[in-house]
Ligand binder design. Structure first.
Ligand SMILES: Cc1ncc(COP(=O)(O)O)c(C=O)c1O
Length: 401
């Protein structure tokens, strides 16, 4: 059960609670001669038929012009078609419990804007974490409170989080990331539940599930998206950037109570999701596309398993910390004495990028990630080259420490 002390009105910024949303004529009318929004009735200057660009045709029966490829028109502000399909995919009972935005990055930003009073409220994060939480908090003038994950498994320090929340009522948001970035490790469901049910915290728990489709579910491992139906203090962010392979269209989804979704939706810019994005996003939820997404996820998990075995066997690699539940792994580089070495990891990172044209991500400066390189699971061919070049750089850097 969610804490009985939770009261949404106390958590939303007063100016947002009182906000009268911007309304356009298109909210009420979307058929007929549309000369209400200063669009260009002569059509777009781009000849879609003769260009390389081809957009999917909408497969729905909706009659409104927003559902067709009319890019000279503003897009549908509500994205109801997409939300209905996404609710079905994720087993949610209503399309009204969602916000759709320009990637999870917009979700994270708008959540901070809705709940955090600049210069006053705080956000709790659990390093090592996705860098945008801190960047976004800084932009929104919200102070960051850090409770690091427990090492070596990158799990939540539940007692420390609770104690911190209890002692500081200005913390409005807790952001958990499962699987985490750069940890690639899920947070145990029991631990997420413990924070959601903590009576002394009256704020919002955000669970970032950008990589959730790569998780092999168990009793204590998996998505909490459907929990929004019983926890009014929960927001789950998901994205089409990862498992769906659609990072380029920028489409993220925040799943939450209908009440919170309504508040976020009245705060967003009216036309935040473009028509091309919406058309491709809806196509991504067709049975055929979802089947392809799942098949790709399966292949990525297979490649992930292979990569983990290979990296673990290399001299110069201390291990793969965490449970590797995402589409990437965290490789720990060690020196010749077997001690994690960020110095050597950095040299490998630079050498691979500059000389071998293989770009991984150096994470050795992050909390608990000494010697860390975050490596996305590539396709078979990429991975063969990755291993070859990585071994080469291990050899080149062995004597330098
Ligand atoms: C944990 C996490 N959340 C969110 C994002 C951003 O996702 P999107 O592309 O939907 O903005 C990323 C991107 O790498 C990420 O790692």
């Amino acid at each position: 059960m969610a804490p009985s002390t939770f009261n949404l009105k106390d958590v939303v910024r007063p100016n947002i609670w009182a906000l009268n949303p911007y309304r356009c004529a298109r909210d009420d009318y979307s058929e007929g001669i549309l000369i209400d929004a200063n669009e260009n009735s002569f059509g777009t200057c781009v000849n879609l038929k003769n260009s390389e660009i081809s957009l999917p045709k909408p497969k729905n029966n909706a009659k409104d012009m927003n559902s067709d490829t009319h890019i000279e028109r503003y897009p549908d502000p509500r994205q109801l078609e997409f939300k209905t399909l996404f609710a079905k995919l994720r087993g949610l009972s209503s399309p009204n419990c969602m916000f759709v935005g320009v990637g999870s990055d917009e979700s994270i930003d708008i959540i901070m804007r809705v709940f955090g009073v600049p210069g006053k409220d705080k956000v709790l994060v659990t390093p090592p974490n996705y860098g945008m939480y801190i960047t976004c908090a800084q932009i929104n003038d919200l102070e960051i409170v850090k409770v690091p994950l427990l090492l070596p498994d990158f799990q939540l320090d539940v007692e420390k989080v609770k104690e911190t929340l209890k002692n500081d009522p200005s913390i409005k948001l807790v952001i958990l990331c499962s699987p985490g970035n750069p940890t690639s490790s899920v947070i145990a469901l029991n631990d997420i539940k413990a924070i959601l049910e903590f009576e002394d915290f009256k704020g919002i728990v955000v669970v970032d599930e950008a990589y959730i489709d790569f998780v092999e579910e168990t009793d204590n491992k998996g998505s909490v998206a459907t929990w929004v139906e019983k926890y009014p203090n929960l927001i789950v962010t998901q994205t089409l950037s990862k498992s769906f392979g659609l990072a380029g269209i920028r489409c993220g989804i925040a799943i939450t109570s209908e009440e919170i979704a309504a508040i976020i939706n009245k705060t967003k810019a009216p036309y935040n999701v473009s028509t091309p994005t919406s058309l491709i996003a809806r196509e991504a939820l067709s049975d055929e596309s979802v089947a392809r997404m799942k098949a790709n996820v399966k292949k990525i998990i297979e490649e992930r398993t292979k990569l983990i075995e290979i990296f673990k066997s290399l001299d110069g690699v201390g291990g793969i910390p965490g449970s590797s539940d995402g589409n990437f792994i965290l490789v720990q580089v060690v020196n010749k004495n077997g001690v994690p070495s960020s110095n050597r990891a950095y040299k490998i990172y630079k050498g691979m990028a500059n000389n071998e044209k293989v770009v991984v991500r150096y994470r050795g400066n992050e909390y608990g990630c000494e010697g860390g390189l975050r490596i996305t699971v590539g396709n078979k061919e990429d991975n063969i080259i990755l291993i070859e070049k990585f071994k080469k750089l291990l050899n080149e850097t062995i004597d330098e420490e």
